[in-house]
Design a protein around this ligand. Structure first.
Ligand code: MG
Ligand code: FE
Length: 168
């Protein structure tokens, strides 16, 4: 028998590790991009959103009594998340990076959808509210990446065909 709240805390910790991974991926992508200013700008905007998402999750974990004492656990989760996601997601090329970003946003969408359901079950309205604040930001980022994929690909192919640097 496990208290549903324990599962909620477990999944919240994973979401926190996921957002740390998001931060490092978005930072790496934004710093690499040179020839795709719109994409770079959108990534930087989502990086800001990601940092406030981390704050919201920290607040939820603190409230649930899962704060500083679990730093070691969080570090382990963050490195596990990095290994799980790293190989597949990290690319120094803009089109592959865009695809990876789209996949990652959907991982986030699934995570927050699960957390909202769990928070509702537990009756934790504050965690529910936080996750309902975050979810639309992930949905919007995924939507934006998909919408702009064709123009990124076109620009990439044109630059590459002209002998210009296209990857970043
Ligand atoms: Mg996020
Ligand atoms: Fe995101």
């Amino acid at each position: 028998m496990t208290d549903p709240k324990e599962h909620l805390i477990d999944w919240l910790r994973n979401a926190y590790a996921m957002e740390k991974q998001a931060e490092s991926m978005l930072k790496a992508q934004a710093s690499r991009l040179e020839h795709y200013p719109m994409l770079k700008g959108r990534i930087e905007q989502h990086l800001d959103e990601t940092l406030s998402q981390q704050k919201l999750l920290e607040g939820c974990l603190d409230r649930l009594g899962s704060g500083p004492s679990t730093i070691k656990d969080l570090t382990a989760r963050i490195s596990a998340m990095g290994q799980a996601v790293g190989g597949m997601m990290v690319s120094d090329e803009v089109v592959k990076g865009g695809m990876a970003g789209y996949v990652f946003e959907h991982f986030e969408i699934a995570s927050y959808t699960a957390l909202i359901a769990a928070a509702k079950s537990v009756g934790d309205t504050e965690t529910q509210r936080c996750c309902e604040t975050i979810l639309p930001q992930e949905v919007e980022m995924a939507r934006w990446l998909l919408e702009h994929m064709p123009e990124v690909v076109t620009a990439y192919l044109e630059r590459s065909a002209a002998g210009e640097e296209a990857k970043r």
